[in-house]
Design a protein around this ligand. Structure first.
Ligand SMILES: Nc1nc2c(ncn2[C@@H]2O[C@H](COP(=O)(O)OP(=O)(O)OP(=O)(O)O)[C@@H](O)[C@H]2O)c(=O)[nH]1
Length: 208
């Protein structure tokens, strides 16, 4: 059985629903309030297309410092950039993050998805779906509008598509230079420090 590892980093401004989307994807549940005190690292194993992947999902804190962000960008194999369709500033922040990813990572070599969350709040919508679509075209990434509150289908679809792309790229491209052990422990250390010593590790097995 082939097992490869895919590291997914979930980015976006504060309160756009990053944790809600991640928890929906991993547990199919929506609990309404989530800790905002730091980054959380989840691990799980996913089987699809005849192979199994160890997936690490880093749910970052929207208030993360710039230095942390640079580490996150280097650490990840795949990125989910989240904004809220009810918050234009979060959309502008998502655009900045996509631009930063483009500058930091080799274009075309990194799996990226743009997620417009909170689509259930149609009455409060300020970012049109077409704007999300246009932004994703500009940065050649995937795009989904989802509602972590309403259903698990959107989050599951988006994450599965991201993992597929990440796995396909890993097969096509030469192995990325491994992060030095020092950097890895620093990332884990910052997770530990920021999240009040609570690195959550979950290992559900999913079949797509
Ligand atoms: N209506 C609605 N509310 C949502 C949705 N997703 C998240 N929320 C709410 O938005 C608030 C923020 O959600 P979080 O998941 O904590 O957002 P976050 O981006 O992880 O926030 P930080 O950790 O502060 O960066 C919470 O009150 C959630 O219940 C959604 O799809 N629809």
């Amino acid at each position: 059985m082939t097992v490869n590892r895919i590291r997914v980093v979930v980015l976006g401004s504060a309160r756009c629903g990053k944790s809600a989307v991640v928890v929906r994807y991993l547990t199919k549940r929506y609990i309404g309030e989530y800790s905002s005190t730091g980054d959380f690292l989840y691990q799980h194993r996913v089987a699809f297309d005849g192979a199994t992947s160890e997936v690490e999902v880093l749910d970052t804190c929207g208030c993360a410092k710039r230095g942390c962000l640079a580490e996150h960008l280097r650490w990840g194999d795949a990125f989910a950039v989240v904004y809220s369709v009810c918050d234009r500033r979060s959309f502008l922040a998502a655009a900045e993050l996509l631009a930063l990813l483009e500058r930091t990572r080799l274009p075309g070599c990194t799996a990226v998805t743009l997620l417009g969350n909170k689509r259930d709040l149609e009455h409060a919508r300020v970012v049109k779906a077409e704007e999300g679509q246009e932004l994703s075209l500009r940065f050649s990434c995937q795009f989904y509008e989802v509602s972590a509150a309403e259903s698990c289908a959107g989050a599951a679809l988006a994450f599965h598509a991201l993992l597929r792309e990440a796995r396909a790229l890993a097969l096509l491209l030469p192995p990325r230079r491994k992060l030095a052990a020092y950097s890895v422990s620093k990332v884990i250390g910052s997770i530990l420090g920021l999240s009040n010593k609570s690195v959550r590790k979950k290992r559900p097995s999913l079949s797509i």
